[in-house]
Ligand binder design. Structure first.
Ligand code: E4P
Length: 217
């Protein structure tokens, strides 16, 4: 499973990119609004920082397919890393189909059922984003949805990649990986949490102490 970061904060992207683990970036309108910056400016900077990453998702807000295709024009011109993030609606499917014909990658977002994922894949989506945390919030099993989509895609040889989205904590990451997600897009905080273990910290401290004792008396 690959790691994307779910943020529009360029400092967070720069930091995680420096760790060598970053395969992509996802943004959404709420995250861009939080950054307080102009959309195309922030996308340009993200694409510059994220050297070597496969995808930077930029979401369109139009309700109709024609509007989505138009809205995406300046975004896809920024870089070939840009993946257009499209909402899961019939107009979104039409737009995904149109983008696929132009060789433009899409990430269909706000997926909450396996049928939605299958429809998005058949329209030509490069990625589908089932939202784990938001399903858990309403007492549905987000992890089980990832497993279901993964089994269906495997059974029918569908090569659309599954992005586990709306990930809230490290356990979600393990569960998404075990359930067959190709990618998890994670908030900065969760990416940091994956690295930490108290026994690692204690072990580093003990090695240093023992070394100093042996060498400095
Ligand atoms: C995914 O692409 C979305 O940006 C994101 O994961 C949504 O997460 P949230 O439910 O924490 O807002």
């Amino acid at each position: 499973m690959k790691f994307f970061i779910d943020t529009a904060n360029v400092d967070e992207i720069r930091t995680v990119h420096s760790w060598g683990v970053l395969s992509g970036v996802t943004t959404n309108p709420s995250l861009v609004a939080k950054s307080g910056r102009e959309f195309t400016d922030v996308l340009k900077e993200i694409c510059d920082i994220a050297e070597g990453v496969e995808s930077v998702s930029a979401e369109v807000l139009s309700d109709d397919a024609e509007g989505m295709l138009k809205e995406a024009e300046p975004l896809v011109n920024i870089s070939d890393k840009i993946t257009v993030k499209v909402p899961m609606t019939t107009e979104g499917l039409k737009a995904v189909h149109g983008f696929a014909k132009q060789g433009i990658r899409t990430n269909v977002t706000l997926i909450f059922s396996a049928n939605q994922a299958l429809m998005a894949a058949r329209a030509g989506a490069s990625y589908v984003s089932p939202f784990l945390g938001r399903l858990d919030d309403i007492s549905h099993d987000g992890v089980e949805l990832i497993g279901q989509i993964s089994r269906i895609f495997d059974l029918h040889a569908i090569d659309t990649e599954i992005i586990a989205a709306s990930v809230r904590h490290p356990l979600h990451v393990i569960q998404a990986a075990e359930s067959g997600a190709h990618i998890a897009t994670l908030p900065y905080k969760v990416l940091g949490q994956l690295v930490k273990h108290p026994l690692t910290d204690q072990g580093i401290e003990k090695f240093k102490q023992d070394w100093e004792q042996a060498n400095n008396g």
